[in-house]
Design a protein around this ligand. Structure first.
Ligand SMILES: Nc1ncnc2c1ncn2[C@@H]1O[C@H](COP(=O)(O)OP(=O)(O)O)[C@@H](O)[C@H]1O
Ligand SMILES: [Mg+2]
Length: 365
């Protein structure tokens, strides 16, 4: 049987570039090589696309970028091309056929619908959410607005644009204080991995938090603080999505921050949350409801808070390309709940990409 060629796209022009390298390393170490031929393209922090032969470890360390055999590559938006063009040193080029693309990219220019748009134009099947769902889930303000009529608890929130803050910063502070009080969480609308996120317990901290978040996005969201545990649910599928049971994160710091997520052990994680089955099932059902309301397909990770004091489940955010690092919860949850190995999870995601492409092909243009 002919093998299916999979393009693994990693790196990217994003503050989560390094996480992407680690996710790609996990996927490359686990993809079924009897079934799939892998083509690797790394995107540098500057946005340069390079076809590379680097192995998983070399990608993870970042050393892949300086390999002498890397060649410039690009995906033309023309569906007739059927793959990526790779430039040779002598000015000639060759075509590498692609059957499925797997964007293992987190954050901007990867998880936000941009690269998905390129795959749509090129008519290449791709893993995960469509352009619209990716864009909506990348933006925490859009996500909340999309869910306005959906029965799911959310933290009280407001948002400010860069323009509003530039014109009337003091009024923004007043408004946040009146509507939410303290403490609050301040976050860039479109970021990830806790970058630019801070907790503010007074006006001075709020002012600093808004300025920090503004460095990452021109839209900033301010939320009431939810105290309690953090829960996450992994979902795979399009026609009949299925969810893992939720995992639990006990953060050792006020923010489950970048280092706690990827670099140290301040947070304690449990691949299956320590809560009664009925409650855990409520979280799973809420995750599937939000997944569907946001138009997610392929995969996503839904994050919640469990306000233990008031026994409330509160939806926080949807991640359309969740981390696949060796510390990430998505693959661990799928394994703990359903017994699927990472190899099987990758296989399901690739099969789903083909199915999604087939469905789109039925639509009239
Ligand atoms: N409203 C909130 N109440 C309590 N903690 C919060 C709140 N919002 C965010 N946090 C903390 O900040 C972390 C990062 O925020 P999150 O909304 O998940 O953004 P990101 O996309 O960066 O992961 C969360 O995991 C949590 O620890
Ligand atoms: Mg988060």
């Amino acid at each position: 049987m002919d093998k299916t060629t999979v393009l693994i796209l990693f790196g990217g022009r994003s503050s989560e570039h390094e996480i992407s390298l680690r996710s790609a390393a996990t996927i490359l170490s686990n993809i079924d090589c009897d079934k799939y031929t892998v083509v690797k393209i790394g995107i540098t922090r500057e946005g340069h696309w390079l076809l590379t032969c680097a192995d998983a470890e070399t990608i993870k360390s970042g050393a892949w970028e300086s390999l002498p055999d890397n060649r410039t590559a690009f995906l033309p938006p023309d569906p007739k091309a059927g793959g990526v063009f790779v430039l040779n040193g002598d000015g000639t080029y060759e075509l590498v056929k692609i059957d499925i693309a797997f964007p293992v990219l987190h954050g901007m220019h990867g998880e936000d619908g941009t690269v998905q748009g390129l795959f749509e134009l090129a008519d290449v099947p791709y893993v995960g959410c469509s352009v619209t769902a990716s864009a909506v889930c990348m933006d925490k303000v859009c996500t909340k607005m999309m869910l306005a009529d959906v029965e799911v608890n959310q933290a009280k929130w407001i948002h400010f644009t860069y323009r509003e803050m530039k014109l009337a910063f003091k009024a923004c502070l007043d408004h946040a204080e009146q509507k939410l009080g303290y403490p609050v969480f301040v976050k860039p609308a479109s970021a990830g991995s806790s970058i630019g996120v801070s907790r503010a317990k007074d006006r001075e901290e709020l002012s600093a938090a808004l300025k920090l978040a503004m460095e990452y996005d021109s839209k900033v969201i301010v939320e009431e603080e939810i105290r309690g545990r953090e829960l996450e649910v992994a979902i795979i599928g399009t026609k009949a999505p299925f969810a893992s049971t939720c995992c639990e994160i006990i953060k050792g710091t006020e923010v489950y921050d970048y280092d706690a997520k990827y670099n140290n052990d301040t947070a304690q994680t449990f691949a299956k949350a320590r809560m009664d089955m009925e409650k855990a099932d409520d979280v799973r059902m809420a995750a599937l409801k939000v997944y569907s309301a946001l138009g997610c397909t392929g995969m996503a990770r839904a994050d919640f808070f469990y306000d233990t004091e008031n026994d409330r489940i509160i939806f926080n955010e949807m991640n359309t390309i969740p981390g696949f690092t060796n510390k990430s919860m998505f693959p661990q949850m799928m394994e703990a709940s359903w017994g699927f190995s990472i190899t099987q999870q990758v296989d399901m995601l690739l099969e789903d990409a083909l199915e999604q492409h087939k469905q789109r092909g039925r639509l009239k243009i």
